[in-house]
Write a protein that binds this ligand. Structure first.
Ligand code: TYM
Length: 349
């Protein structure tokens, strides 16, 4: 797959830099979503480039969602975006299902992407588990819709956590195969942006597993809506080993849980792991955990308070998403039209 993307020579310089990313409203927001994605979204918004952030409700329903819960979570994720610093005037914020171009382009990509590529997607294997026959077709085709999300805007950069790397490779391969098959230089080779100390925040209960909103154990994650006591309790109970913290990075080798807590501390305090270890090296977890809890509460409490305030005005959230969808459509519609022309689909003008 990699080869197809690399051999494609579409010069990205020909595309205006544009950032796109999305989060599923399939549960509450976690600290992993915040550190791995949303904070990066805000940085990119502030860098002055055009930024488009989506609440991917069509991806969410690839596994069962209670309708009322989906609605609430769509609004809550939007509130999280805004509370964490995304400004609907600067960034385009909208929910995916309001912009039909995503589904329309996804169909075309369903006809470009190969079954073999999809079968190699580790996220499908993880999510479908042993019961793949019972998984929805949407879950299997999920990465083609993701490619459509990104390429409907000719996005050049996509900030994500580590777990999305394979999906972004598939996006590049989809663009490359489309360009190759139709003999065009139409879709860009989108760059994943996976940077910082928190690209893979791990479970608080098991340092080998990603922190996830779908983990059955609530103690495994910090939710953006957790109150101060809950955050402190979860960090106090986080699994660790009996040794004190090392003063150098290499002392964290083979200590997944310790590394995770240090990474979280570094990300929350905008410091490097080296800086943090210089300060806390030699301390026991009994001393470090309260420091981490205080820091997490100081950073997260204002966001969850603002989310709760915004959730009291659901009409305002819906207006933001509606306006964002109109702006998104203005970019995606002409790109879809040109795609249809390339494919040879007749449309009356
Ligand atoms: P989702 O909803 O699972 O996660 C949203 C974002 O949060 C990041 N993330 C993490 N980062 C660090 N540590 C963690 N423990 C952690 N958990 C989640 C994810 O990497 C992601 O960036 N397929 C995507 C949604 C999507 C999308 C897109 C993303 C749909 N279309 C187009 C980018 C562009 C997903 O399931 O993310």
């Amino acid at each position: 797959m990699e080869d197809a993307a690399q051999s494609q020579s579409t010069p990205n310089a020909a595309f205006t830099p544009r950032v796109f990313s999305g989060i599923q409203p399939s549960g509450g927001l976690t600290l992993g979503n915040y550190l791995g994605a949303i904070r990066r979204f805000v940085d990119m918004q502030e860098s002055g480039v055009q930024t488009i952030y989506c609440v991917v409700d069509m991806h969410a329903i690839t596994v069962w969602q209670e309708p009322q819960a989906l609605l609430r979570q769509t609004r809550e994720l939007t509130a999280g975006y805004i509370a964490a610093g995304l400004d609907p005037e600067k960034s385009i914020l909208f929910n995916q299902s309001q912009v039909a171009e995503h589904a329309q382009l996804a169909w075309i990509f369903n006809c470009v992407v190969r079954m073999g590529w999809m079968k190699r997607m580790t996220q499908f294997k993880d999510k479908a588990g042993k019961n793949a026959e019972e998984a929805s077709l949407g879950l299997f085709g999920y990465p083609a819709l993701m490619a459509a999300d990104i390429l409907a805007y000719h996005a050049t950069h996509v900030p994500v956590g580590e777990d999305q790397k394979q999906h972004l490779e598939l996006t590049r391969n989809t663009a490359a195969k489309f360009n190759h098959d139709y003999g065009v230089d139409f879709f860009p080779m989108t760059e994943p942006v996976i940077e910082g100390t928190a690209t893979r925040v791990m479970s608080l209960r098991d340092g080998s597993k990603k922190m996830s909103k779908s983990d059955p154990s609530d103690a495994s994650r910090i939710n953006m809506t957790d109150d101060a006591d809950t955050i402190a309790r979860k960090i106090r109970k986080a699994r660790t080993d009996p040794d004190p913290l090392p003063s150098e990075d290499k002392g964290l080798e083979d200590r997944a849980e310790a590394r995770n807590l240090v990474n979280i501390y570094a990300a929350l305090s905008d410091a490097t792991v080296e800086d943090v270890l210089r300060d806390v090296g030699g301390k026991q977890f009994s001393e470090f955990k309260p420091m981490l809890a205080d820091l997490a509460v100081a950073k997260l409490a204002p966001i969850s308070k603002e989310m709760a305030r915004l959730m009291e005005q659901p009409d305002e959230i819906d207006r933001v998403l509606g306006r964002g969808a109109n702006r998104a459509r203005e970019i995606a519609a002409p790109i879809l039209h040109r795609t249809y022309d390339i494919v040879g689909m007749l449309r009356s003008t």
